[in-house]
Write a protein that binds this ligand. Structure first.
Ligand SMILES: Cc1cc2nc3c(=O)[nH]c(=O)nc-3n(C[C@H](O)[C@H](O)[C@H](O)COP(=O)(O)O)c2cc1C
Length: 209
């Protein structure tokens, strides 16, 4: 599978992330970044920031052959973990599921002696096709984002990781360039605040939480 032609900002990030340390680790997961409008803009907005490691999982592992040791080292080297991805079937793109299944090992991330991630902070940055009005009881998606993200929140909880409210950009297909730019600017501010420890309690409902 090849999707790398349009990945301007993340080329070579796997190499760049080798040995990386910083405050914020952003795992980007989009299976066709060359066709992305919104996630590409979000990633562009944060690549190169001091203290922020951006790691494109589909670029690093086009065959899903995840380097578990490398992923663990990246996690250990950063106190704040971000997943940035489009919402796919009310969840993550597949590689983030594979990443969870392989990296969050019993005895390392949870279970007896599984304390590697204790005390870390977690944020999901998600773009959705559906509008914010769909993600309410009575909307066509019937559930709120927070309800739909409960399994991931619990996964992090079991690993001793504190989840923040998600950063959301809804209605992605209808967003114009100016709105995407504004969303990317808000995203950069959130990542900066995470890095600098200046995040307010519920700060980043982008266009609906
Ligand atoms: C396989 C697939 C599943 C999707 N599932 C959802 C979904 O469950 N809810 C939703 O709101 N949008 C869904 N979408 C729309 C994507 O979230 C949307 O295309 C994406 O946020 C756009 O971001 P991009 O410009 O970075 O590609 C899905 C799209 C695809 C291709």
């Amino acid at each position: 599978m090849s999707h790398g032609a349009g990945i301007r900002r993340t080329s070579g990030l796997r190499a760049a992330s080798r040995g990386a340390t910083g405050k914020v680790l952003v795992l980007v997961a989009h299976p066709a970044m060359n066709r992305s409008r919104v996630n590409r803009a979000l990633a562009d907005a944060i690549v190169g920031m001091d203290g922020v490691t951006v790691h494109d999982l589909y670029e690093a592992y086009p065959d899903f052959d995840i380097d578990v040791q490398h992923e663990k080292e990246l996690l250990l080297a950063h106190p704040i973990i971000v997943w940035q991805h489009p919402f796919y079937w009310y969840s993550t793109p597949a590689i983030l599921k594979e990443w969870q299944d392989l990296v969050l090992e019993f005895g390392w991330a949870y279970g007896p002696g599984g304390t590697a991630l204790h005390g870390k902070t977690f944020l999901q940055a998600i773009t959705t096709g559906g509008p914010d009005s769909a993600y309410v009881e009575g909307g066509y998606n019937r559930y709120t984002m927070r309800q739909l993200l409960a399994p991931i929140d619990q996964t992090m909880h079991l690993c001793g990781v504190r989840s923040l409210p998600p950063f959301l950009l809804h209605g992605s297909h209808r967003l114009g360039e100016a709105e995407i730019d504004a969303g990317a600017g808000r995203y950069r501010s959130v990542i900066e605040a995470l890095r600098d420890g200046t995040m307010a309690a519920e700060p980043h409902a982008a266009n609906g939480a």
